[in-house]
Design a protein around this ligand. Sequence first.
Ligand SMILES: NC(=O)c1ccc[n+]([C@@H]2O[C@H](COP(=O)([O-])OP(=O)(O)OC[C@H]3O[C@@H](n4cnc5c(N)ncnc54)[C@H](O)[C@@H]3O)[C@@H](O)[C@H]2O)c1
Ligand SMILES: [Zn+2]
Length: 443
Amino acid sequence: MTSLYANAMGPSFIVPLAMNNRRQPEVFTLRRSLCDPTHVRRRSRSSLKTSGVTMAAATPTAQCEYTLHVDADSRKYPILFSEGVISKPDTFKPFITGDKVLIVTNSTIAPLYLNQVKSAIAATGVSVFDVVLPDGEEYKSLDYVSQIWDVCMEHRLDRKSVLIALGGGVIGDTTGFAASAFVRGVPFVQVPTTLLAIVDSSVGGKTGINHPMGKNMIGAFYQPHAVIVDSNVLKTLDDRQLAAGIAEVIKYGIICDWRFFEWCEQNVERLSSRDPDATQYAMIQSCKYKADIVSQDEKESGLRAILNLGHTFGHAIEASMGYGSWLHGEAVAAGMVMACEMSARLGWISSDVTRRVEAVLARASLPTRPPPSVTLERFMTYMSVDKKVEAGVLRLILLKEPGKAIVTSDFPESILFDTIMHYQQLYKESPGTYEHATLGLPK
Ligand SMILES: NC(=O)c1ccc[n+]([C@@H]2O[C@H](COP(=O)([O-])OP(=O)(O)OC[C@H]3O[C@@H](n4cnc5c(N)ncnc54)[C@H](O)[C@@H]3O)[C@@H](O)[C@H]2O)c1
Ligand SMILES: [Zn+2]
């Protein structure tokens, strides 16, 4: 047995990886009815009411309103979808428990949306305060959680006061964590403003901040009391951020519903061009998959890990390139192609599946290959500190078949090495084309 020694945090931090110490793959199946786009039924504006994840819409139109339910062990809560919903007092009223509300946002989003959310909440008759944090992943830290708590203390917020996270995943994660601990937990509402936050981070209750030695290392499972999705906010999101969110949309098809993947193949340009119907449909479907997975496995004891397809490779790319250089969704896109390539090398899927995944991501202007500077050694260094390493054993999310991901450590490490080296080889053979693919440029 070979074992690998990786050094991710500097010379003193040595983590052995013993991948040959294999465990049986964990195979999970989603409830089929929840994974089927044809099971989505349309609700008209006039007939809006709360539905379970098993109910809702055929190909929806942008003018419709929908409600899905997340049925996690610790809390049940709705995800509301409606255009213009963040300006309406009635949206927030059911979720306001006390007489004070604190909106947390950042300096980019505040000039765009803070006033309308603030006015809508104030119209319900409560006092509304806000805190505007600087914009950036580097501010997802304890210092800024502390700033939120300072404002809570200053305005004497109490157990019934509500925190509102108005922003992307950074604001959502930070605010959720602040809410989880202030007076041992106050209600909070997610108002996600990026596609990634809508389809992924705002749903499911993972909250937290970064530690200087590791991303998302400090946090809590703390479910929001509601998620309020207004697709209008995507109009101001830049194309690169939009594409990063599309990567996570496509991910759901790859991991749990190949028919949804095929829908993405047919509609990816509509998503990139912000077609309202296609965007609404993709958002609702994605949230249904996430809600179903979280409802079955809130604290990631098994099934929930499949949401991390491509993330172990992706995190290695993000960390190796320096956070912020590649967006999370971009790194995940290249990572998903690598996970498919590895699954094909294991003989679990055909290489045609990998080519299809690569093609649809490229059409969304996403990178499909790791940068050449992330060598085998670098991959192994960063992968060794992945949260999915348990007792020194690396677990990966791989595809057992199209639309069916598994969490497994049951693979020869030579196949992992070969997969990573395959990209180094491709780069040597045609550096120009290769760099094109790492920039997410169509071939
Ligand atoms: N909790 C979870 O389950 C989970 C899941 C995935 C990712 N995350 C976390 O989410 C974060 C990434 O989230 P993100 O991709 O939303 O990044 P982000 O929050 O940094 O937002 C990206 C950029 O877009 C700007 N922005 C946001 N909404 C905008 C809008 N409507 N118009 C114009 N600009 C807008 C932001 O100010 C920021 O500059 C990471 O910290 C990641 O760890 C958490
Ligand atoms: Zn992700």
